[in-house]
Design a protein around this ligand. Structure first.
Ligand code: F3S
Length: 391
């Protein structure tokens, strides 16, 4: 791989130990994947933030990097294992909380913006079309590539830190236009008009994609929340972390020849596959983290009601603050629902705590079953709230 003088200096240790280690990671990665050079990145989203995933070895690595490393580009964090301020109310054990706070402190020392969210594009970490970035969380990566027209691979925790501390990423994979071309067409012949249905469509397409890039036709319109849900689901179930929707997403492409249809029957079958139960003791909305628009809707739906299940709303803290200012939070908090800033139902240590979860997220179904062994009620936002308020 060809390195500039600045990059060679980084590799030789001239800029300190953390930068040297970072450059070693990026060069090794670039060589494995045949990259010719390193590209400058506009922003980074670091994955692997939950202590539940990192463990002590991960924490030790972070503290070592933080001893002399500072980020060189805008960098935010993926959700952590708990709400950093409000962890007690969410029932997080104290030992876990101590370790999670040490993780966040290490990132703060590196000058990372310690807002923990999988929707960094709602809080000012929003690349423009054509920007190269190094993001880690799969739904955010897919949204950035597909909806924003940015260029990123789905990076692991160490490579996102390495990019943040050097400002570079190896040029391979979805940084190259030829890898972003669609491999098949999906003709959608069913009504898909809310985030839950987009999540189900994501599962159908993701399962058939075998890692290829889909070009989707037949979607008349899609909201930001629909695309957020779709981005999370499609990549979770097996698609490449980029898709094109005719008339909606901004990237150029050539038409492939292979195609298949998604019918109303396919959607019905997907929904029945994604639903196990009506009997839930936990409701989670905000996978990926809620938009302000979703909080407005939830607030309206919960107004004057009480929830009778543990009910978490995953959101980035700055969006929650905006909801406070706009008066959306009051009805939510008065109902007994809890904001889960910085975290979510998948990265928090919840295994064994609940038996059934209601969610409107296709990605939430996959990890709710896989990681936490929950039974699932896969419903619309409105239906999830009905289940939450039911005695
Ligand atoms: Fe975000 Fe957690 Fe879902 S990281 S995409 S809310 S699994």
């Amino acid at each position: 791989m060809q390195l500039t003088q600045e990059q060679k200096d980084m590799l030789s240790g001239k800029h300190g130990n953390a930068v040297r280690k970072s450059m070693e990671i990026l060069v090794a990665l670039g060589e494995i994947f045949g990259a010719k050079r390193l590209l400058p990145v506009k922003s980074v989203q670091i994955s692997g933030v939950s202590y539940d995933n990192l463990g002590d070895a991960g924490l030790e690595f972070l503290e070592e990097m933080a001893s002399d490393g500072k980020v060189r580009v805008k960098t935010t964090l993926n959700p952590a294992g708990m709400d950093i301020e409000n962890w007690k109310a969410l029932g997080i054990p104290e030992d876990f909380a101590k370790k999670q706070i040490m993780v966040i402190d290490a990132f703060r020392k590196m000058d990372v913006e310690t807002t923990c969210t999988c929707t960094p594009y709602f809080i000012g970490n929003k690349p423009d079309k054509g920007d190269h970035i190094a993001w880690g969380e799969s739904s955010a990566v897919t949204y950035a590539n597909s909806v924003l027209g940015a260029y990123t691979n789905k990076e692991g925790g160490p490579s996102t830190i390495a990019s943040a501390l050097t400002g570079f990423t190896p040029e391979y994979g979805y940084h190259l236009d030829e890898k972003r071309q669609p491999g098949f067409i999906v003709n959608v012949k069913a009504k898909v008009d809310n985030p839950m249905l987009f999540g189900a469509l994501g599962m159908i397409i993701g399962k058939k994609a075998e890692g290829k890039v889909p070009l989707i036709k037949g979607i008349g319109k899609a909201t930001t929340d629909d695309l957020k849900s779709f981005s999370a689901s499609i990549v979770t179930y097996g698609s490449a972390p980029i898709y094109h929707i005719e008339g909606i997403t901004p990237n150029d492409y050539d038409e492939p020849s292979e195609s298949f249809d998604v019918t109303e029957d396919d959607m019905k079958n997907a929904l029945s596959e994604m639903n196990d139960t009506d009997d839930v003791d936990f409701v989670f909305i905000g996978c990926p983290h809620c938009s302000l628009d979703e909080l407005k809707k939830i607030s309206g739906l919960l107004k004057g009601k009480k929830v009778h299940k543990e009910f978490w709303i995953g959101v980035a803290r700055p969006i929650k603050k905006k909801a406070d200012e706009l008066g959306y939070s009051k009805a939510i908090e008065e109902s007994g629902a809890k904001f889960a800033c910085d975290t979510c139902h998948v990265v928090a240590p919840l295994k064994g705590r609940f038996k059934g979860i209601a969610t409107n997220s296709g990605k939430g179904v996959f990890y709710g079953r896989g990681k936490n062994k929950f039974k699932i009620a896969y419903r619309t936002l409105e239906e999830c709230i009905d289940l939450a308020v039911k005695e």
